[in-house]
Design a protein around this ligand. Structure first.
Ligand SMILES: [Zn+2]
Length: 133
């Protein structure tokens, strides 16, 4: 189990306003995802509620993952593997009408000059693919 850190104190207040399924996913990530990929993960919530799309609704957080031993980012291949693991377990539950593809719970990306991060998003229909809650 890795700890969940918050980049700023305001994010702790945001945490209590987030969609309950989003809290489930992030807690699950802390306990299940990182351990096979990194021995001493350092997971930080870098952004939560902000005036930007799904973030405004308390249904998304941005998460950074570093190696606590040297505060470095993991190699891209391992970060990509973590994103695939998350999307393999969690289903967002909505199809993009334009592309016909399912939206994902986890997008591992870099937007503008932001750092690489995991954008984690949910909706009411989001759940585990195996139906377990
Ligand atoms: Zn985001």
């Amino acid at each position: 189990m890795s700890r969940i850190a918050f980049k700023t104190p305001e994010l702790i207040d945001h945490w209590h306003q987030l969609h309950p399924t989003l809290l489930d996913v992030v807690r699950w990530m802390a306990s299940e995802v990182w351990e096979p990929i990194i021995r001493q993960p350092y997971m930080t919530i870098t952004s939560a509620i902000r005036d930007d799309g799904i973030h405004a609704w308390g249904r998304a957080v941005d998460v950074s993952l570093r190696d606590s031993r040297n505060n470095s980012l993991l190699p891209l291949a391992r970060r990509t593997r973590a994103a695939a693991l998350i999307n393999g377990v969690w289903r967002y539950g909505k199809v993009n009408p334009t592309t016909g593809n399912e939206y994902e719970v986890c997008y591992h990306h870099k937007v503008g000059d932001s750092e690489w991060h995991y954008h984690i998003q949910v909706r009411d229909e989001t759940g585990r693919r195996d139906g377990w809650r």
